[in-house]
Ligand binder design. Sequence first.
Ligand code: ZN
Length: 216
Amino acid sequence: MTKSQGLFIILALVLPPGSAQTAISARLEVTVSVYDYADVPSKTLAKAKQEVQRIFHEAGVETVWVSCLPKPEKIELNSCSLVDATHLVLKILPHGLTGDVRDRLDVLGNAVLNESGTGNYACAFLDHIQAQERRHGFTLMGDVFAHELGHLLLGSNTHSVSGIMSAHWLGRELRLISQRSVGFLPSQSHRMKERMASRQGESPPVTRAAPVSPSD
Ligand SMILES: [Zn+2]
């Protein structure tokens, strides 16, 4: 018994390193490094994370949540220093800091994209989110996270008329959000997966994470 277990372990070790990589790529996984500058209660954050995972899972993308602030665990430090097509950064800020956003309670977050539609950083504004949650009577933090991360994965600032990527959440979207059933449109899921699959094949354009601060 012991002998066969040993053999199994040796076989596992000599498997070509590419095998594991192929399996990971086929799963279309994105890592989200979360910097919580707003001290969101852990239960609230866990609920938001669950909603993000549901929305992306239904679109065919798995999300791995890495807590980088506060107190990253040792094992997460490497993940926190990576930023590329499949390692995105989400900053939760206490409030929108720039003038045009600060006074607009309907702006709940933003995603930073360059002219070619590439970007890895998204923000969410806690005070604006809480104001909307109080107004509507249900949580929508995870939906805001998913919307902004969606911009990064879709590579576009454009919005759709319905679904999680609509610019203004009105009657139908708010109802779906309250029921935890809002999501990406099929065309968006397709585009997101296609874009991720093609970018995962690239040689890893890994960069060091820029220092993040709430004033970004
Ligand atoms: Zn948007």
